[in-house]
Design a binder for this molecule. Structure first.
Ligand code: FAD
Length: 398
């Protein structure tokens, strides 16, 4: 006789219903399934529990005496890497897609949760459970929009799968880890990417229209380590816009409130994280968090070049100056923005120091956002490591 599980009687919310996290909902997809039963504990915005989950998954939480742990989370190893033969059309060199394909081909997993786009819209996310390498490849490249990756969780149980890889960003992974034991899996692998400043589909349109010369032909974009946004267009041409020239006054409301309240930029609860911001330009940045992550990375060692991570420069003054500038929505004229970009690229922070620059800038901004908009949540929602990062800077009083 099969027993009745607590979530058996729960029902997914209708797409139009208000979510439990209200405006802070990041649309991770949990509430689109009967696992909504666990939302109060699982939702990253209702119950921040990174330290507890780190302990469960990695065997320890961040060491608060070690500033590298504040920034990058629990790790065994970090490196810069790139595929020897990059995957055409991937966000970077396609390390994420390659690991997923290897895991499927070697029978380590029966399926991979990833996100393709709809036929009509290259940026409209469509989460799937991929069962073939072709389906994984079709999910390559970022969908720079909130994506309900966990909406496929019910299908996992129905399919009877026992070994699964999930690819996702921090808010999705925190909810996933919180319900992991309820999924009936023998083994769950988690391949994460860092994530910041995400938007809903309408917000993305506004961002593209305010920032790019040709919003309709953008195929992908990235906020790069050279302090410029790189847009790639359909015809293969590149467009670079300096960060300091972004129309921050118009873009202030573009980012999702969940992303303005997020302190899990580096995906603390994934087994393996693949991003770019701690690596030299053109390389990807890899953080191995635990033995499972190491096992996953080992599968592609013969397909990647690697080099040790490096760190140059000092970010602190640039971060401190950016706090009031962002607050006041200062936008430089384009010539000044370009000049500033050139100077800062020459003398600015590089490698891990660039990653710290980006984390500091976003955490100070987000801390102020939560303090001003959800003061009652500030204490419990901001993890201790993030309080230490923010505590290095002088913030406006109100
Ligand atoms: P690919 O092989 O192209 O595969 C990309 C994978 O990402 C696919 O499997 C797909 O399923 C998954 N994916 C795409 N969109 C989403 C989404 N919206 N939600 C969940 N999963 C998705 N890295 C940094 O170092 N710093 C950053 O600031 C940063 N910001 C990011 C912001 C967003 C919104 C996203 C989605 C990623 C961000 N990354 C960031 C990660 C980085 O851009 C690359 O995704 C990563 O380096 C992997 O590149 P790749 O070529 O190996 O991936």
């Amino acid at each position: 006789m099969t027993s009745v599980r607590p979530h058996d009687k729960a029902k997914a919310l209708k797409p139009s219903s208000r979510r439990p996290a209200k405006e802070l909902c990041s649309e991770c997809g949990l509430c689109d399934t009967y696992y909504i039963h666990y939302v109060k504990e699982a939702c990253a915005f209702l119950n921040q529990q990174i330290a507890e989950l780190e302990e469960q998954i990695h065997g320890r939480s961040r060491n608060l005496d070690n500033p590298d742990d504040w920034y990058f989370g629990v790790s065994q190893e970090m490196m810069a890497a790139r595929k020897i033969e990059p995957i055409e059309g991937a966000q970077w060199t396609g390390i994420v897609s390659t690991i997923a394909i290897e895991m499927l081909n070697r029978g380590m997993v029966e399926g991979v949760v990833c996100v393709q786009n709809t036929k009509e819209d290259r940026f409209q996310p469509m989460p799937i459970i991929a069962r073939t390498p072709e389906e994984i490849l079709a999910a390559r490249v970022n969908k720079p929009t909130l994506s309900p990756n966990l909406s496929v969780l019910e299908q996992i149980e129905q399919s009877g799968m026992k070994r699964l890889l999930v690819i996702g960003v921090g808010c999705q992974i925190q909810a996933l880890r919180a319900v992991e034991k309820e999924l009936g899996l023998e083994k769950l692998y988690v391949l994460g990417t860092p994530c910041v400043d995400n938007v809903n589909r309408a917000g993305l349109q506004k961002f593209l229209e305010t920032t790019s010369r040709s919003p309709d032909t953008v195929v992908h974009y990235e906020f790069m380590q050279d302090f410029r946004v790189h847009f790639k267009h359909e015809d293969g041409s590149m467009e670079m816009v300096p960060f300091f020239g972004l129309k921050t006054n118009q873009l202030k409301d573009v980012f999702a409130p969940s992303c303005m309240s997020c302190f899990d930029y580096v995906n603390s609860l994934a087994d393996l994280v693949v991003g770019y911001m701690g690596a030299p330009f053109g390389w990807q940045w890899i953080v191995v968090r635990n033995d499972t992550g190491k096992e996953m990375l080992d599968l592609v060692q013969d397909q990647i070049d690697t080099q040790p991570v490096m760190s140059h420069g000092n970010r602190k003054e640039a971060v401190q100056q950016s706090i009031p500038a962002y607050d006041k929505g200062v936008t430089l004229p384009m010539w000044a923005a370009k000049l500033m970009g050139v100077v800062i690229e020459k003398i600015g922070p590089k490698g891990l120091e660039y990653a710290r620059f980006s984390i500091d800038s976003h955490f100070t901004r987000n801390y102020l956002y939560v303090k001003r908009n959800h003061p009652e949540k500030l204490e419990a929602h901001v993890p201790e490591y993030a309080k230490r990062i923010v505590g290095q800077y002088k913030l406006p009083e109100s």
